[in-house]
Design a protein around this ligand. Structure first.
Ligand code: ZN
Length: 155
């Protein structure tokens, strides 16, 4: 580990209460932040990105103080980070570890990539069935086109 990485690790290491989300593919870090609405809250958030990972090549980690996610929210992460792991921190210690599970259906989180789809032209909430989990592939309930990982945009 070189010095800059060591420093980063120290900087993002300790939170007293909150959630650590690890094993996020580095390139999806900002989308994960947006999916969880972390760009809209006042809590202290630290993240590290482009960290070495044997499994992902390059990973990101997010630490959020005083936030504990519902299962429903956690499972949104699965869209982009199916191997993400969450550590729940209480008084500086990991009290619980959780993994994400990809839901069967995705409602109102992502856009259909098809510009002609009714959901992109009228006020209709998107709805997809998950036909593949990693990397994700979503079938639109309305136009039946497949939106895949590279095409995912958040609503
Ligand atoms: Zn569609």
């Amino acid at each position: 580990m070189d010095n800059s990485k060591k420093k980063l690790k120290l900087k993002v290491s300790a939170i007293k209460e909150g959630t650590v989300i690890d094993h996020i593919p580095a390139k999806h870090l900002f989308k994960v932040i947006s999916i969880l609405g972390l760009d809209k809250i006042d809590n202290q958030i630290t993240f590290g990105t482009n960290l070495d990972s044997k499994r992902l090549g390059s990973k990101a980690i997010i630490k959020v103080s005083n936030v504990f996610f519902e299962d429903r929210e956690i499972n949104k992460i699965a869209l982009l980070a199916p191997h993400a792991k969450l550590n729940i921190i209480r008084d500086y210690a990991v009290v619980e570890k959780r993994i994400v599970e990809t839901p069967e259906k995705i409602t109102g989180i992502v856009k259909c990539f098809n510009p002609k789809c009714i959901t992109n032209n009228e006020k209709i909430t998107t709805c997809f069935s998950v036909i593949k989990k990693s990397p994700i592939a979503l079938k639109c309930k309305y136009c039946e086109k497949i939106t895949n990982l590279d095409q995912i945009k958040m609503v």
